[in-house]
Ligand binder design. Structure first.
Ligand code: ADP
Length: 239
């Protein structure tokens, strides 16, 4: 087993508040890990530190053998960490294809021109959005915005994909489609860390779950075991 991501003693303080408190866990290549916990438990703060959008107060994050904690987001992205955001961050005045092309231009492979167009269409096919490639991004439905966000993240050819509540707000039919899409990425061997509240999705896609409460890790186990852990049940009931 080779560890892709190793988080050790990760801590983040905002003034007097310790949002993330000495959290350690690792992710093996090819795993899909759920990062769970009640609102305010520190999940997004962990994700933001992995992607470089926040600097840790303490502890380290390593991608393979290399320490990435404290690097700027674009440096971390170039090392192979891609993410989606809770609020879709596309460029609304561009077409869907152009949005993915923009990601490719600034991504690890620095693709331009026709090559970028071809690759963008390939990525859009992967997420089921090729038919809307020439639509304006601002005209997309909510699930299609989510698909575009995912295509943009995949365009970076990530080793590690961070999904921040990517399934939130989908209706039951869209949710099934979204879960199948994540499963297809898993089958292709993409390593994924996802922050998610939708329990059906967590059960369907996650090999293992790391559960946080009040900034601390309270469980780290295969999904069924983590969800049945009495500490986890209590943390959720207290939410
Ligand atoms: P979760 O994603 O589990 O809901 P967050 O990581 O968003 O939790 O937040 C953890 C705690 O840190 C919360 O108490 C939140 O209010 C606080 N927090 C998050 N970001 C900031 C910030 N930029 N400044 C101050 N406090 C923050």
């Amino acid at each position: 087993m080779s560890e892709l991501l190793t988080i050790t003693g990760l801590t983040k303080r905002f003034g007097g508040l310790t949002a993330v408190n000495a959290v350690s866990f690792s992710i093996v290549r090819g795993e899909v890990i759920g990062l769970l916990g009640p609102n305010g438990s520190g999940k997004t703060t962990v994700l933001n530190m992995i992607s470089g959008h926040l600097s840790p107060t303490g502890g380290t994050i390593a991608l393979g053998e290399e320490t990435i904690s404290g690097l700027a987001p674009n440096r971390i992205a170039l090392k192979g960490v891609a993410r989606t955001f809770q609020l879709v961050r596309g460029l609304p005045s561009l077409t869907v294809r152009e949005n993915v092309v923009a990601s490719l231009a600034f991504g690890r492979r620095k693709l331009w021109g026709e090559e970028a167009d071809r690759e963008a269409l390939r990525r859009l096919e992967e997420v089921g959005l090729a038919g809307r490639a020439e639509h304006s991004a601002q005209d997309l439905t909510y699930i299609d915005q989510k698909r575009m966000e995912l295509a943009r993240a995949l365009a970076a050819d990530p080793e590690l994909l961070l999904l921040d509540e990517w399934l939130a707000g989908l209706n039951p039919t869209e949710l099934r489609t979204g879960i199948d899409l994540i499963l297809s990425l898993k089958e292709r061997g993409i390593t994924i860390l996802l922050v998610e509240h939708v329990m059906d999705a967590i059960r369907a896609v996650c090999n293992r779950c790391v559960v946080m409460n009040a900034g601390r890790k309270i469980a780290d186990a295969p999904t069924a075991q983590a969800l049945a852990d009495p500490h986890v049940v209590t943390a959720y009931l207290g939410d």
